[in-house]
Design a protein around this ligand. Structure first.
Ligand code: ADP
Ligand code: MG
Length: 681
């Protein structure tokens, strides 16, 4: 097989027709190389030939028998049957939906055959229904052994898959390894070809710890990190430095009702240095909910506007965008600049005017949703793009964004999802990172309490009091399964219950609602038309509800720590004391107690993210999955922490050599080549 052949569509493989290829694609096996990366998870032991008097019902066993009789009843629904025997007994081999010609070939009369499959017992006789394998004696070595088990459900049988997989695996081209031999030995890895062969033979039951698997993990990490470093090179190009007078920044700061925290000041100066430098900014601010990212971005926006450029500030939802719009009008009002607001819903007439203002340069700052980046929108001289709360922005979106912004454009992202240290490089390796750890000093720490659900009655008076003094309450309903229907019904039930107690003061919001409907309800809550908002986990990130100071989270043990922390961050953003009550179903497990303790003691999102990773393992982190962060097939920051570090160092040393053919192979193997357009490498 030629090296490049493995990057072809799966249907280029002999024996893979349209139907099979459709099925495989559903299982994410799209190209031939995906067969290579689809490793078995276990084996089936077919290595012993059993006598018929040694069979065990329900087990997969192999037998050697002589074909005595074939029955082909011509009645619908009656199966075809082949009677076989050895010197100890008889067995029926039963086939549903099979063709006579095929079976006659497979079972030549009076010849010995090897059969392997699950043994049943029916009407006092052993039988095997639709056996996995039937072969002649000559071919027995193909069946009589430990056979790898691949993750396949209905639609394809093991034999068929194996015939395809074998064809590929046995013909893998010998590749020019991107790792040097001494590096491989020093770090206890194996060569690429060897690792693939080993993994498909499933030699080690502790696959995640095996050298071969670690090799594949290392490769996957390298592919990811190389892509990011390449993306960075593409984006961090030269640009004309921004030139501004600090007096506007100082003016705004002076008029704020608070002083910036030290972290905010530091991040602002990091941003300013980027703006003033002659390389484009590509930076992300990471800061816990409520750490005050917005004001930092608005001040840098002013600096860019005063250097004679236009700015764009994009938020994921209309409400959040609107809040930013109101805030910036308030903060920037004495400085003579033109701010416009644009969303998908902006009326045609207004939209036309805004587009006109943008292209003639009279708009200084455009705030809005995704609508900002539609094709028809032309800025006269866009110099700065700020994206808020867009943790779903993957590498690809980031590079597209940077391209759209144009050559003079600096780019700043803001995220409230703290990331464990191990994962920083894999997520944001192409960006510079600024962290805000410190909370504004006047902010009171949120009181976190836990309660068994049985005692729910004890909290009604507390809620009543809160509402009585004009405060607002979030009530987050159980996250049951991934089923949005169940989530919805439980939220709805809870809504009905609470609405009985607090009539006309309760709203309900859940994932099954239309986007507009959601926005409407959030707005009502924001405008204090309702006091309690019952919701599934759809409450928007980022929106400031200064009046909400109590959040109740049901079934709290279903959430990860990081997610609980995020939810808790919805309240206590104003000056009032915030409270978070975690409700639990039954007696608490040790782990749950530990987690509550962490939440009660810490309000540092970064610390909590680390603990979350330790306690739950990467695969369970709902919060991370939802934010699209889990983008590895093999690598896992808990199990392979050392490899994350190793790959990071490796990539730092080789990233200038990415143009070598061998790295192109690596990038294609992990589907990264398209992201950075290196098909031609
Ligand atoms: P986030 O980082 O979650 O986006 P915001 O920028 O929305 O946080 O800020 C949350 C609240 O904190 C806002 O009401 C904002 O005015 C306030 N705030 C920001 N910085 C400070 C500060 N240094 N001192 C006091 N309050 C601040
Ligand atoms: Mg924010």
């Amino acid at each position: 097989m030629k090296k490049d052949f493995i990057f072809n569509d799966i249907n280029k493989l002999k024996g893979v027709g349209p139907q099979l290829s459709k099925y495989l694609k559903k299982k994410k096996i799209e190209k031939i190389k995906d067969i290579i990366l689809n490793f078995p998870y276990s084996t089936t032991d077919r290595s012993t030939i059993y006598k018929l008097n040694e069979l065990e019902i329900g087990k997969i066993q192999s037998i050697k028998v002589i074909v005595k009789k074939l029955y082909f009843p011509r009645i619908r629904n009656l199966p075809n049957k082949i009677i076989c025997e050895d010197d100890t007994g008889k067995i029926d081999i039963v086939y549903f939906n099979s063709r006579e010609g095929y079976l006659r070939k497979l079972f030549p009369l009076n010849k010995w055959v090897i059969i392997s499959g699950k043994v049943n017992y029916f009407k006092k006789k052993y039988q095997i229904t639709n056996p996995d394998y039937v072969t002649s004696i000559d071919n027995k070595d193909y069946v009589i052994k430990n056979i790898p088990k691949y993750n396949l459900t209905k639609g394809i049988n093991e034999k068929k898959y194996r015939s395809i997989s074998d064809k590929v695996i046995n013909n893998i081209p010998k590749i020019d390894d991107w790792l040097k031999q001494d590096f491989i030995i020093k770090n206890n890895l194996v060569s690429w070809n060897e690792s693939i062969t080993n993994l498909h033979n499933f030699e080690d039951s502790e696959i995640h710890k095996s050298k071969s698997f670690r090799r594949v993990v290392f490769d996957e990490l390298c592919a990811n990190f190389l892509t990011l470093s390449e993306n960075r090179k593409v984006i961090k190009k030269k640009k004309p430095p921004k030139k501004f007078d600090k007096k506007y920044e100082e003016l705004i700061l002076k008029r704020l009702p608070f002083k910036l925290t030290n972290d905010q000041k530091r991040v602002l100066s990091e941003i300013n240095l980027d703006l003033l430098s002659d390389y484009r900014m590509f930076r992300i601010i990471q800061g816990d909910v409520g750490s005050g990212k917005t004001i930092v971005s608005l001040i840098s926006i002013i600096n860019v506007i005063k250097s004679g450029y236009q700015c764009a500030l994009m938020a994921p939802t209309e409400i959040l965008a609107k809040q930013h719009y109101e805030l910036s009008k308030k903060i920037l009002n004495k400085i003579n600049i033109q701010i416009d607001f644009l969303t998908g819903k902006t009326e045609y007439k207004d939209r036309k005017m805004i587009l006109n203002n943008l292209s003639n340069g009279s708009t200084d700052l455009l705030i809005g949703t995704h609508a900002l980046f539609q094709r028809k929108i032309n800025f006269k001289n866009l110099g700065f793009v700020v994206i808020d709360e867009q943790h779903k922005f993957g590498v690809k979106q980031r590079s597209e964004l940077a391209k759209k912004g144009g050559e003079n454009c600096d780019v700043l992202l803001m995220s409230a999802t703290p990331i464990p240290r191990t994962m920083m490089m894999s997520l944001y390796g192409d960006m510079d990172v600024s962290k805000i750890k410190e909370k504004p000093s006047k902010r009171k720490k949120i009181i976190t309490l836990s309660k068994p659900e049985k005692k729910i009655n004890e909290i009604w008076p507390f809620i009543k009091n809160q509402i009585g003094v004009g405060n607002q309450v979030f009530w987050v309903c159980p996250l049951i399964e991934e089923s949005s229907f169940l989530d919805y019904s439980s939220a709805k039930k809870k809504f009905e219950l609470i609405n009985k107690k607090f009539e006309n003061k309760v709203g309900l919001i859940h994932g099954a609602l239309e986007k507009d409907e959601k926005q409407k309800i959030l707005k009502e809550f924001l405008e204090k038309k309702i006091s309690i908002l019952v919701s599934t986990t759809v409450i928007e990130v980022g929106i400031d509800f200064p009046n909400a100071n109590l959040i109740i989270i049901e079934n709290a043990n279903k959430f990860g720590l990081a997610q609980l922390h995020q939810l808790r961050g919805r309240v206590g953003r104003g000056v009032k004391q915030g409270t978070c009550i975690l409700l639990f179903k039954d007696g608490l497990s040790k782990n749950a107690i530990k987690r509550i303790k962490i939440l009660k003691e810490s309000d540092d999102g970064f610390f909590i993210a680390e603990e979350d990773l330790k306690l739950r393992g990467f695969g369970d982190l709902i919060g991370f999955q939802q934010s699209g962060i889990k983008n590895f097939r093999f690598a896992d920051p808990v199990n392979h922490e050392d490899l994350f570090q190793l790959a990071e160092n490796y990539v730092k040393n080789v990233s200038d050599k990415i143009n070598q053919k061998k790295y192109a192979f690596l990038l294609k193997l992990f589907d990264r080549a398209e992201i950075i357009n290196t098909n031609e490498l």
